[in-house]
Design a protein around this ligand. Structure first.
Ligand SMILES: *Cc1c(COP(=O)(O)O)cnc(C)c1O
Length: 393
């Protein structure tokens, strides 16, 4: 059998990530590969760091993309900051903090879980109580934008509470970066990681991270070596670090970095504030349409992420059949529920390049049609008009 070249279909990606990738980013990926120590490439790396500092709103020198997906950015934060025996408070309100717990334990730390209801923001009072009960805690970790439920937590307040109790903070901003405000310096976040395939609309496989001077000091003063050779920032910085000569650590994913550079240039051209308001505006239009149909959001209004809309599957509807029809008949991907929400919700992403009025209208018209065909109890012929009214403002 001759296996032929793989040509994927052209989909519209409105799930929890990856999101639609801009044609400009796809074009950047196909530019000529050069050496990862080529002076031209090294100059591009410096620009990349400047662009990431802008995206994170930080002056942190230790700001760079880890050469692997968001999960590796997560591991980089935990592997470098958690030493054996360290107590880490992990606030959990969805799937991803469960992975933080795994990371803490695999680094030899002790995870103290603070549980919140799924679909709600992290409760600052519960964190305060946990810190009072665990005065020996060294680190607080939480997810800013919980992609499994669509809830956004108040990162600024949570970091303030952690610092009051002399803890460093590790923040998951995989889904928030570029879509809603992430102010690393203003909020005084110590370690933060993100991903490229959510609101940055780049291909998956890279994880921007940033570390404050306090976090760097903890890493420098570790008693034990970082267990992971690949993620040890003391070594990685030999390649990504500013002043000294770049030395080989691993071969950077050169073309993937062209893609991220382009995605960040696009973000800079639009401006962070404009990007945030675009995400909000398209969310409000999608919401108006969904609610006109009679569909309900999982998360209370004040805690909702504009880039990830979790809605409850109407009673008696086969949620997987709906997603399958959207994919086959509209080339439209939306997300299923994850973890405790599997089978109960759909997750509609409006992330990065995919957050646009055309996608809002496509998704609403497609849902109107498909939900009619599976005889779901929703109101037909009203969603588009409701969304259009919001988009006209
Ligand atoms: C997607 C996601 C991750 C994991 O990123 P990968 O690139 O899939 O490894 C981690 N945390 C959150 C909140 C996410 O949404």
């Amino acid at each position: 059998m001759t296996i032929r070249p793989f040509h994927p279909p052209q989909r519209v990606l409105m799930g929890p990530g990856p999101s639609d990738v801009s044609p400009r980013v796809l074009e950047a990926l196909s530019r000529p590969t050069i050496g990862h120590l080529d002076p031209v490439f090294v100059a591009m790396m410096d620009e990349m760091k400047a662009l990431l500092k802008y995206a994170f709103q930080t002056k942190n020198e230790l700001t760079m993309p880890v050469s692997a997906p968001g999960s590796a950015g997560m591991e980089t934060c935990f592997a470098n900051l958690v030493e054996p025996g360290d107590k880490v408070i992990v606030c959990q309100n969805g799937v991803f903090a469960g992975r933080m717990k795994e990371n803490v334990e695999r680094c030899g730390g002790i995870a103290v879980m603070v549980q919140d209801e799924w679909g709600r923001a992290v409760d600052p009072q519960k964190l305060e109580d946990a810190l009072k009960a665990n005065p020996d805690a060294r680190i607080v970790a939480f997810v800013h934008a919980e992609t499994s439920t669509g809830a956004q937590s108040d990162a600024k307040t949570l970091v303030e509470i952690a610092h009051k109790h002399n803890c460093l903070t590790i923040v998951d901003a995989v889904t928030s970066l570029g879509g809603t405000p992430v102010m690393v310096d203003e909020w005084d976040i110590d370690a933060i990681y993100s991903g490229t395939q959510k609101c940055l609309s780049c291909t998956p496989g890279l994880s921007p991270v940033s570390f404050s001077p306090n976090a760097q000091a903890k890493i420098k003063n570790r008693k034990s070596k970082v267990q992971s050779w690949f993620m040890d920032l003391n070594l990685v910085m030999g390649y990504w670090g500013g002043e000294t000569k770049r030395t080989y650590h691993h071969t950077a994913p050169i073309n993937a970095l062209y893609g991220l550079h382009e995605a960040l240039v696009i973000l800079q051209e639009e401006g962070l504030h404009n990007s945030w308001s675009r995400h909000q505006k398209n969310h409000l239009a999608l919401r108006a349409g969904l609610e006109a149909m009679g569909l309900n959001f999982v998360v209370p209004e004040a805690e909702r992420l504009p880039q990830l809309n979790a809605i409850t599957v109407p009673h008696g509807v086969d949620e997987a059949a709906v997603r399958a029809l959207l994919l086959s008949d509209y080339n439209l991907e939306i997300g299923a529920g994850l973890g405790a929400m599997a089978g109960k919700v759909w997750r509609i992403g409006l992330m990065g390049y995919a957050s646009n009025p055309r996608n809002v209208r496509l998704c609403l018209s497609a849902l109107d049609d498909v939900l009619g065909r599976v005889k779901a109890p929703v109101k037909h012929g009203v969603a588009l008009e409701a969304a259009n009214r919001k988009l006209a403002n």
